[in-house]
Ligand binder design. Sequence first.
Ligand SMILES: C[S@@+](CC[C@H](N)C(=O)[O-])C[C@H]1O[C@@H](n2cnc3c(N)ncnc32)[C@H](O)[C@@H]1O
Length: 267
Amino acid sequence: MIGDEDEIVPQGIDVTTPHIARIYDYWLGGKDNYAADRAAAERVMAATPTIKPGVTANRAFLSRVVRFMAGEGVTQFLDIGTGIPTADNTHLVAQAVNPASRVVYVDNDPIVLNHARALLAGVTAPTAFIDADIRDTDRILEEAAGLLDFDRPVGLLLIAILHCVPDDDDPRGIVRTLMDALAPGSFLAVTHPGIDQLPEQMSAAEKTLTKAMGYRVTFRTRDGVGGFFAGLDLLPPGVVPVQDWRPDPDTPPSAITGMWGAAGRKP
Ligand SMILES: C[S@@+](CC[C@H](N)C(=O)[O-])C[C@H]1O[C@@H](n2cnc3c(N)ncnc32)[C@H](O)[C@@H]1O
């Protein structure tokens, strides 16, 4: 099938409605996006110039936090809201520290699923992909148990996904259910667009995304993000702008991003 601007569109994929994974891919400089995604991405960028440094800093946080967890001895990861693969995917970062690391990816977007299948086809290390909605915690946990041993610590990664879950769908309850299933010593990492960082710009981004995608995105406050860590030991430096979470010493200070990031450990 041919889509906008003569692009090849995988069959069965609606590319006329902007999708968060493909908008995000555009911001990261990827090629897996279509005209509707790019138009929405440009509208958000016009209102919120920090968005591009924000998504880059978000990916850098993902690498740092996975390296940190792997350094603490975690060899199993559950990465929900995987996104379209870029350079430093979770299994590459984790397996660079420990080649035996197991990674289960979860996403509900068919384009992400296509890419993940292609990506994982050549991977010999234990890695799996589940096509599921984060709200379907029972299925995620059941299927992930095929690869992960829930009696040992797991690193749960909820990187730039929880804003896709409105308050009515009880995102805190979802996180609690997932963490309850994990062994003591497990970790949770969250990044989240902050409505209280650069309030004017982030509020414009929230509205533009919600309108473009036809479902509500919810940017949250620092306290709101901290709430996801209830019952866990929030690790220093706490909930901070993503670029300030344990930055690599040789990395120059990043621009302001609008994203909160944090990690916690299950006692
Ligand atoms: C902004 S991207 C973040 C990608 C990646 N975690 C990162 O930070 O680079 C959000 C991802 O979450 C996925 N997603 C959104 N809502 C979801 C849901 N309800 N269940 C599962 N995945 C979802 C999207 O398809 C997309 O791939």
